[in-house]
Design a protein around this ligand. Sequence first.
Ligand code: ZN
Length: 342
Amino acid sequence: MSDLITQLIRAERLLLETTLQSCSPFEGRDRARVLHADVLMETTKAIPKEPADGAAFPVEYQRLALSAETLQAIDQAFAGGSTFRDKPVTAEHICQAREFVQHHYGFDVSTVPVKLSQVPQTESVEGFFMSCGIAEGAVFLPSVFCSPVELIVHELGHAMHTTIRRQQRPTDYRFWIDWNSIGPEMCAYHAQFSYLIKHGTKEQFYVALGALLTSVSQLLCLLTLSAKLSKEEFQEYAPVQAYQNTVAWKALLDMYGGMHPTHPNSKQNIAVAVSGFTRGIGLALALKLIGEPQGLVAFMKEDTVAKPILLKLNEAFPHHKDLGYLDDINEVISQISARMLA
Ligand SMILES: [Zn+2]
């Protein structure tokens, strides 16, 4: 095993142990990072900047946009409200999620620990997966959530992605890290949406697409800011008609305000938006690849930061000729929606 991988595992183990021991892991994640700052710094410095090719994606992905029809459907799903009632997360939910992943991808996640924690009611949090070595990572979840199995399946998707690629290349650090969220989120959302198509409702599907709406709005703000448009010009430029009368319109304006150079947290908010946008690309690609679990596993095996995303997708899905663009996302969404229960 290379020195760098030994170092990575050491840092991951320290973080995971500290987080597992913490009584508030959702806040403790940052505390764990502060506690082990020296080890993390040492590890980060040791990771070569090259190859960084895995960070590149087709410029066409910047045309990711939602149609008025999709926006209205997301808005209506959020207005429906029935999806949002919190329920306690149970052992049965965890079992169902593990069975789904095992059955759909043929990959055993029965030994991935799932830890439940109380989260302050004021916070709306989802879960997270903390990677560690090849197969020592753990899933952290709030003890109550509106759609428990769906959430667990998403996090187990991250666990599966990490384990499969690291198992395949245990000595090559390029299979152990990521430069952005496209690959990891594509795998996690693929699992989540595959689950929803089988066991969820249309309303749950559109609520889950709220994450895509956030990413698309972040992209819109980034493009507008890079074009140096004023707030008035932005309102003209933004697809007002598509967003009209949706809750998303106000959220979009707030987001833009937070990223504008005049805002004190502008830099931080822009960094969040860049990462949010790559998450959205992963989500959109997952939707295009629904129904192809084995292709996804093939992708995970070869997911290295040494190659750009499109090259890896073309290798894992050689018959797909449409993975270099996301303009067709609204058609993909309505096709999936038509297959789902009302
Ligand atoms: Zn995720």
